[in-house]
Structures are given as structure tokens and as C-alpha cells.
Design a binder for this molecule. Sequence first.
Ligand SMILES: Nc1nc2c(ncn2[C@@H]2O[C@H](COP(=O)(O)OP(=O)(O)OP(=O)(O)O)[C@@H](O)[C@H]2O)c(=O)[nH]1
Length: 320
Amino acid sequence: MSYKLAENSFRSVFKTIDTDLVRWFPGHMGKGLKQMQQKLRSVDCIVEVHDARIPLSGKNSDFKYTVSGLKPHILVLNKADLIEPSRKPAIVKSLKTDYPHVVFTESKNQQCTGVKKIFPLAQELIGESNRYNRANAEDCNLMIIGVPNVGKSSLINAMRIRFLRKGKATSVGAVPGITRSVLTRIKLCEKPLFYMFDTPGILSPNIPNVETGLKLALCATIEDHRVGEGILADYLLYWLNKQQRFQYVEAFRLDRPNDNILEILSHIAKVNNKQIKIRDTLNNYLIKPDLNLAAHIFIKSFRNGDLGKIMLDDDLIKLK
Ligand SMILES: Nc1nc2c(ncn2[C@@H]2O[C@H](COP(=O)(O)OP(=O)(O)OP(=O)(O)O)[C@@H](O)[C@H]2O)c(=O)[nH]1
């Protein structure tokens, strides 16, 4: 649906944010990174996984210097089911300099779309590379790397199901930080013999700016409570309005687009019958809309794809 709106109906910049979120780097990530570096001698090809909704903001640019620089490298953009297929060429073009080999995957669906492209490409790149100490090795070792919660474990499981006809080897979860064990070697394929080192999600210690941090958080790579669901919901609303993506109006049965997050959340709480009881200064109970739960519902609807197929880096890619 299209709406006739005045040019200045919406915010043009997103303000008010606790900038501490961009410095979040828990200790176990530093340890994980060191263990990955120590294992590099046994690795033939790096499979770096990003969330396709944030192909630019989602990358950990430090990987280039710490783990992936010297090895053949494939960039997998997973969760491609959540973006518009027509955006793929523009994404590939904008990543071309840093990532010449890009594969889009959907590792949650039954067909595991895109997953079958990874082995032939890995074989080709390994064949063209100097394997140094592993020149005579018959098996090939891949190492999967990426920020938390982008679907690394799902991808490993999808590959095993597809090529080994075996079930899950590693746990999957909707919150970041499920994979803590570093460098378990998992068999993926018998002929050719391929293994994968699983690794925990690693965020960059220096997320370059607040908007990048908010996009990472909206895609659930940072735990919600570290940023605050209210802030996340407000950023989502700001982004949707700025990009004129108004599917939320219909999804939440609103009259029109609105840039005021409190009004939107009050409405969502009301239609979902989510209220809380609070005491006023005279000790009387008041019934108020549960804005935290409403923020949770709003964010979840984006994550489930209920607000449309949204690529959060569309704003950056359009500028390129
Ligand atoms: N829509 C969609 N969701 C996916 C896809 N792949 C994985 N997921 C979901 O994303 C969430 C995270 O998946 P995991 O495989 O645990 O991600 P991970 O990168 O191993 O996570 P960490 O262990 O935290 O680093 C889960 O809820 C998955 O079901 C996909 O292709 N599409």
C-alpha cells in the first residue's frame, strides 16, 4: 500500500542511543579467536557466514587480518529466505572487492537452497591454492566462521543432511552464543572427504558505528537486553519509515505510518491485550500498556519476516 506523506513526516537521523553497545566484546570471543588462529595450519578453506539481511554491516572486518586473509575463502550469505531475491545482484556487486566468491543459502528450509554450491566451489578454490603443509592430505578441512547467530550450526547440519544423509551434529538456537565449544571437527561429506571445524560466533571488538551495532542487534547477533528492546524497536521503526517500508501498518492494523514509537507500541500492546499493573504514588493500581512486550512483538515480527523481506543494508547499498 502507498501513503501520501509530507517529506518531513519522519526522522532523517536516529538519535538517542547508549554508545556502549558498540564496545561489547565478551571474553570468550577473544579466547575463541585465539583458538581459531592456532588451528589455521589444518584448514584448507574458510567459509565465512553472514546474515543476508546485513551483508555489509554484518561482517567482522577483523577476520581478514586474524583468520581469513591467507586461505581460500567463501562468503556465505545465509537466511537468504528473508531478503528479496531481486536484491542479490546488488549485494554481490557491493561486496565484490572484498569477497569475490559469494553464495546465498537458506539453511532452515528443507531443500537447503544454495548449500550444494559450497563443496564444488571449495574444491575449486582449494585446487587452485598452495596447500603448503597439507599438500598431500586427501581430506579437505573447511573452517566456518562468522558473527553469532547467523546460522553457522544450521548450515553445518544442512550440509550433513544433504551430503552424508546424517542428522544434526551441532546445536541450533534463536539466541546468540549457542556454540561455545571451539573447533570440533565434523564430517560433512564422504566423497570427496570434507570436514568442517565448527567455531563460536565472534563479533568485532570495534563495531564501527551505532547504526551498525543496531542492525547487528536487530538480526539477533547481540543479545537484545544489551541494547534494550525499546531502543531496538525505535530503530526498526525509524529504518522502516526512512526506507518507506510500510508493511508494518497493515501487519499491526494501524491507520497510517507513524514515527512515534510510543504510540506504535501502545497500539500493539492494546490490540494484543498486553497490559501491566503498576502502583501510583497513592498506592492505587493502574493498568498500563506493556510497552516492553509490545517492543518484543514488533522486533519479532521483523525477524520472522512478517514485515516483508527486508535487507537492512539497503540504505548503504543504494548509496554505493
Ligand atoms: N530464516 C532463517 N533462519 C535461519 C536460517 N539458518 C538458521 N536460522 C535460524 O537462526 C538461528 C541461529 O542459528 P544457528 O545455526 O544456531 O546460528 P549460529 O551461527 O551457529 O549461532 P551461534 O552458535 O550463536 O554462533 C536459529 O533460530 C535458526 O533456526 C535460514 O537460512 N533462514
